[in-house]
Ligand binder design. Structure first.
Ligand code: DX5
Ligand code: ZN
Length: 218
């Protein structure tokens, strides 16, 4: 195992966007330390969410670790703005035709942790060249763009493969899973080696958040 303590990172995309600070307070009051910020451009994914100003305003409201997931065609153009807004991890996707290695290095140069992510249709081998450069690998278990979709169990082997590479190469990156994670699918991901789980819908809808958190962070 990686030795990374298990983390549940609620996606604030699933909160009420007219009261995002309230959604963030819910995460803080649940005793969690990360918030997952889904940034969407309407190009790389068929949806829009929010930008650097929203992140900067949320930054003033909490000490949470801002885990920022850029679902953008041109993330390299926005990493500085999100770093300045208070992002502490910035994850980019491997699919856009951009200088991925340079962008990951630029994120680190801004003083942030960096992550690489891939969609369900992308082979896990596509992220292999970047493993030595990242603090986090984000495996999408839904086609990104919307919360509340069904978890795709066919993505579980990617988690196992990423965990094997981490072991073989003596690396310590976090393995994060995002999309349809709930009380049933979360443990499946952890069994394969994931240590960082994103949950939007399941977290904000959970009646007993303490039990949900215990299950996914134990
Ligand atoms: C989807 C986002 C996910 C999503 C997770 O594009 O990247 O973070 O918000 O939402 P749930 O947990 O509701 O599936
Ligand atoms: Zn996400």
């Amino acid at each position: 195992m990686s030795g990374n303590p298990a983390i549940l990172a609620p996606s604030i995309l699933a909160a009420n966007h007219a009261q995002l600070a309230e959604g963030q307070r819910t995460i803080v009051e649940a005793g969690l330390s990360w918030v997952h910020l889904d940034i969407m451009d309407g190009h790389f994914v068929p949806n829009l969410s929010f930008g650097p100003k929203t992140v900067a305003d949320l930054r003033k409201e909490s000490e949470l670790y801002f885990d920022t997931h850029l679902m953008l065609d041109n993330p390299q153009d926005y990493i500085e703005a999100f770093a300045k807004a208070g992002s502490q991890n910035i994850t980019i996707h491997v699919e856009p035709d951009i200088p991925v290695e340079d962008t990951l290095k630029a994120i680190r140069a801004l003083g942030c942790h960096c992550g690489i992510s891939l969609n369900p249709g992308t082979p896990i081998e596509d992220i292999q060249p970047f493993l030595e450069l990242v603090d986090l690998v984000l495996i999408m278990t839904v086609q990104p763009g919307f919360g509340g979709q069904s978890f795709r169990e066919d993505q579980l082997p990617k988690i196992k493969q990423t965990a094997q590479w981490r072991e073989e190469k003596g690396l310590t990156y976090r393995i994060q899973v995002d999309g349809g994670v709930d009380a049933t699918t979360g443990p499946l991901c952890k069994e394969q080696g994931a240590d960082t789980l994103v949950a939007g819908t399941a977290f904000f809808k959970a009646e007993d958040k303490e039990a949900f958190i215990t299950l996914l962070q134990e």
